[in-house]
Design a protein around this ligand. Structure first.
Ligand code: SAM
Length: 211
């Protein structure tokens, strides 16, 4: 916990009402130092569930090269490291969040990039991508799936969460089904799971294999 100037309620409000990219990044700048402790108080568990879902899909192959897209402060990377994964890159637009992620000492590289644009990454660069808490209100639209598929090798795995409510309302469901119909990816598993236990909210935990 830091000597904060903005309360947890105020920052959550700022994050979820940000109606443009600059306001969202400004909110994460304010939040970066207190993000982990605030999420712990909210009973955030999606980082743990995502890491387990990826571990299951990878069959415990600890040699996998993994991109943590929308890594934030690195909570997912930390969980993956606990499970034995060694080669992970963190990607986020917020340099303040990446600076926190760096302190976790679990990432090979930190990449500052915008997931709404073409990513500065080669085609098929990763065995797996994990993206937790980032397909949600005011963050990355469903169009972001295209780049995650491009940077994942054929046969590779993509695990992501979509916040309940945003799933239908923001077009994620439609885009996910369109990509299946187009043969871009195939569904491995899909289920509802708690997101922040204290808040009583849930997310969809989605695992796809890239074709
Ligand atoms: C709710 S946090 C999730 C962080 C982490 N994955 C976790 O589970 O704690 C969402 C993250 O998405 C990042 N983000 C939002 N818009 C982005 C964009 N256009 N490009 C890259 N990252 C973005 C934010 O900076 C923030 O770190």
């Amino acid at each position: 916990m830091t000597d904060r100037t903005i309360t947890k309620t105020e920052i959550l409000n700022k994050v979820y009402t940000a109606d443009d990219h600059e306001k969202l990044m400004d909110a994460y700048k304010d939040w970066a130092a207190d993000y982990d402790s605030d999420l712990e108080e909210l009973g955030y568990v999606a980082h743990i569930t995502s890491a387990r879902a990826l571990d299951q899909a990878l069959g415990g192959n600890h040699d996998a090269v993994i991109l943590d897209a929308g890594s934030g402060t690195g909570l997912v990377g930390e969980e993956l490291a606990r499970l034995g994964y060694r080669t992970m890159d963190a990607l986020d637009y917020s340099q303040d969040m990446l600076d926190q992620a760096e302190t976790k000492n679990v990432y090979r590289k930190l990449i500052q990039a915008d997931m709404k644009e073409r990513l500065p990454l080669d085609d098929n660069a990763y065995d797996a991508v994990v993206c937790t808490g980032t397909f949600t209100y005011g963050h990355i639209s469903a169009e972001g799936f295209d780049e995650l598929i491009r940077v994942t090798r054929p046969g590779g795995t993509i695990v992501f969460t979509v916040r309940e409510g945003a799933y239908e309302e923001y077009g994620y469901r439609k885009k996910m089904l369109d990509l299946e119909v187009k043969g871009e990816w195939e569904l491995v598993s899909f289920y509802d799971t708690p997101y922040q236990i204290e808040e009583g909210n849930t997310c969809k935990m989605c695992t796809y294999r890239v074709r």
